[in-house]
Ligand binder design. Structure first.
Ligand code: NAD
Length: 488
C-alpha cells in the first residue's frame, strides 16, 4: 500500500497535456474540511475560457495524433497498468479526497471491494470486443458497421463520489478510443487532480486525460463548447437540464445524464426483516445519505409496520454514535460535504416537521463541523417536500401500505426513477413488482447496489442513457456504416 500522505497544497493547478500547470485565469477559491471547517487549501483555480480552450486543443491533438494510433491491445495494456499502479496509490488519493468530501476513509474501495480497480480491469477487456456488424451484398452492396469514438468528451462530476465517477466515465471513454476532459465538483476536486498524473505513468499519451477545476461556470464552458462532442454528466436534475440545453444550443453534442433519485424500498410482510433493515439503513446512511441511490422512501406493509419501524428507529438513533472524523479509519459515518449542504438539509428537515411526524434525529450533530443526525419521518403528507424532493442527507421517510397495488401507486408517483428495492420471500411477487416499479434499477431483497457489468441509470427525470457494462461503450461510440459497391 502507498504510505506517504498527499499534501493538498500540491494539487492546486490544472492538469493539462500531461502536466500540472497554472491556470490562465487568476480566480481561485478555498476549500474546507467539513469535519471542523478548517481551511484545507485556499487557491483552487477557477478555469476560465482560455483554460478550457487550451484543454480542448490538447485533447484534439491527442485524439488525432498518438492516441489514434494505439491498437486496442495497447489501450488494454494502459488500462491494466493504471489499475496496477493504483493498487499502491489509491488509498493516499482517497484519503486526500476525503479532506474536503468528508467521505470516511473506511469506505475506500480497497481489496476485494475495489470497484475502481475492477472498473479499469473490466473495461480493459472491452477494447477489442466492439466488433461492429456486417450485412451481405444481397442488393449488390456489402454493408460494414464500425463503432467509432466520438472524439473530445467531457465528464462533469458531482461532489459525492468524485474519484469513482472519474473512473466510471474515463474507463469506457478511453477503452473506446476517446479523449476526456474531467471537471470534478468544485467541492471535491483534490482526488481527481491527484489521479490524473497516473494516466501518463500508465502509458496514455498527454492530452488523453485532463482535469480542470472550477464551479458551474467552468462546467458551462464545457457544455456549450463547439468542439466537445459529448458531455457525460452526473449530478442534480437542475444542472442536468442546463447541460442538455447548452448542448442543444451549441453543437448538439451527445449528453448522458446520471441524475438524482428518491428511491423507494418496499417491504412486504413476508420479507426477511433483518435483511430488509440492514439494506434500507445502510442505503440511507452510506456517505451520510449523499448518495444518488439512497433509500430515502421506505414503504412497510401495515401488518409488520410496528415491528419494523421500532427496530428501524432504534438503529437510526444508535447510528448517531457512529458519526466521527472521516479521516479516522475506524469511523464509518461522516459529515455533510460542507456548510451549504448541511444548511440545505437542516432547512428541509425543519420544514418537514410541519408535514410529517419527526421520530428520530432532526438536528445538526455537535457544534463543530457539518454533521447531521440520522433522521426519520413517519406518515408524510402527500405533497410534503421531504417526501417528494431529494434531500441528499441521512434523512428517510416511512409510509405504511396495505396492498401491492397501493404501494406500487405510491412508489411510482414521482418524477424520479433511479433505483428501487422490493423485499419479499415470494419470488412471483418479487418479479411482478420489479417489473412494475418505474426505475432504471430494481433490487430484490437488496437496494442501492450497482454492478459494473449491468446497465445503471435513471428512468423519468433521473437520467438519460446508461453507464456501466457494455451499455456505457455504446454511448461513447457511434456506428458508421460503410457501403461497398460489389459491381465496381
Ligand atoms: P450539481 O448538479 O450541483 O453539480 C454537479 C456538477 O455540475 C458540478 O461539477 C458542478 O460544478 C457542475 N455544474 C453546476 N452548474 C453547471 C452548469 N450550469 N453547467 C455545467 N456544469 C455545471 O450536483 P452535486 O450537488 O454535485 O451532486 C449531487 C447530485 O448528484 C444529486 O442530485 C445526486 O443524486 C446526483 N448524483 C447522481 C448519480 C447517478 O449516478 N445518478 C450519482 C451521484 C450523484
Amino acid at each position: 500500500m502507498g504510505s506517504t500522505a498527499l499534501d493538498p497544497k500540491g494539487y492546486t493547478q490544472l492538469f493539462l497535456n500531461g502536466q500540472y500547470v497554472a491556470a490562465k485565469s487568476t480566480e481561485t477559491y478555498s476549500l474546507k474540511n467539513p469535519k471542523d471547517n478548517t481551511v484545507v487549501v485556499d487557491n483552487i483555480p477557477i478555469a476560465g475560457p482560455a483554460d478550457v480552450e487550451a484543454a480542448v486543443k490538447y485533447a484534439e491533438e491527442a485524439f488525432h495524433g498518438p492516441w489514434s494510433r494505439f491498437s486496442a491491445i495497447q489501450r488494454t495494456e494502459c488500462l491494466l497498468k493504471l489499475a496496477a499502479l493504483l493498487d499502491d496509490e489509491l488509498m493516499p488519493i482517497l484519503t486526500l479526497d476525503s479532506l474536503t468530501s468528508g467521505i470516511p476513509v473506511s469506505l475506500a474501495p480497497v481489496r476485494e471491494r475495489n470497484y475502481i480497480r475492477n472498473c479499469l480491469v473490466y473495461y480493459a477487456g472491452w477494447t477489442d470486443k466492439q466488433k461492429g456488424d456486417y450485412f451481405p451484398a444481397d442488393d449488390g452492396f456489402v454493408k460494414l458497421v464500425r463503432h467509432e469514438p466520438l472524439g473530445v468528451c467531457a465528464a462533469i462530476n458531482p461532489f459525492n463520489a468524485p474519484v469513482a465517477t472519474f473512473f466510471l466515465k474515463a474507463a469506457p471513454a478511453l477503452a473506446t478510443g476517446n479523449v476526456m476532459i474531467v471537471k470534478p465538483s468544485e467541492k471535491t476536486p483534490l482526488g481527481s487532480l491527484a489521479v490524473a498524473s497516473f494516466f501518463e505513468k500508465a502509458g496514455f499519451p498527454p492530452g488523453v486525460i485532463q482535469v480542470i477545476t472550477g464551479p458551474g461556470s467552468t462546467g458551462a464552458l464545457l457544455a456549450e463548447h463547439m468542439r466537445i462532442r459529448k458531455v457525460s454528466f452526473t449530478g442534480s436534475i437542475t444542472t442536468g437540464k442546463k447541460i442538455q440545453e447548452a448542448a442543444a444550443r451549441s453543437n448538439l453534442k451527445r449528453v448522458t445524464l446520471e441524475l438524482g433519485g428518491k428511491s423507494p424500498a418496499v417491504i412486504f410482510e413476508d420479507a426477511n426483516l433483518e435483511n430488509a433493515l440492514t439494506w434500507t439503513i445502510n442505503a440511507i446512511l452510506t456517505r451520510s445519505g449523499q448518495l444518488c441511490v439512497a433509500a430515502s422512501r421506505v414503504y412497510v406493509q401495515k401488518s409488520i409496520a410496528d415491528k419494523f419501524i421500532q427496530e428501524y428507529k432504534k438503529r437510526m438513533e444508535e447510528a448517531a454514535n457512529d458519526l466521527g472524523d472521516p479521516q479516522d479509519p475506524a469511523v464509518r459515518l461522516g459529515p455533510m460535504v460542507d456548510q451549504a449542504q448541511l444548511a440545505r438539509v437542516k432547512k428541509m428537515v425543519e420544514r418537514g416537521e410541519t408535514e410529517a411526524e419527526l421520530v428520530v434525529g432532526g438536528a445538526q450533530y455537535g457544534e463543530t463541523g457539518c454533521y447531521m443526525e440520522p433522521t426519520v419521518f413517519l406518515n408524510p403528507k402527500d405533497d410534503a417536500e421531504i417526501y417528494r424532493q431529494e434531500i441528499f442527507g441521512p434523512v428517510s421517510v416511512i409510509k405504511t401500505f396495505e396492498t401491492e397495488e397501493e404501494v406500487l401507486r405510491l412508489a411510482n408517483d414521482t418524477e424520479f426513477g433511479l433505483m428501487a428495492g422490493v423485499f419479499t420471500r415470494d419470488i412471483t411477487r418479487a418479479l411482478r413488482v420489479s417489473s412494475a416499479l418505474e426505475s432504471g434499477v430494481v433490487g430484490i431483497n437488496c437496494i442501492s447496489l450497482q454492478s459494473l457489468q449491468a446497465p445503471f441509470g435513471g428512468k423519468k427525470q433521473s437520467g438519460i442513457g446508461r453507464e456501466f457494462g457494455e451499455y456505457a461503450l455504446r454511448l461513447f461510440t457511434e456506428p458508421k456504416t460503410v457501403l461497398i459497391n460489389m459491381a465496381a
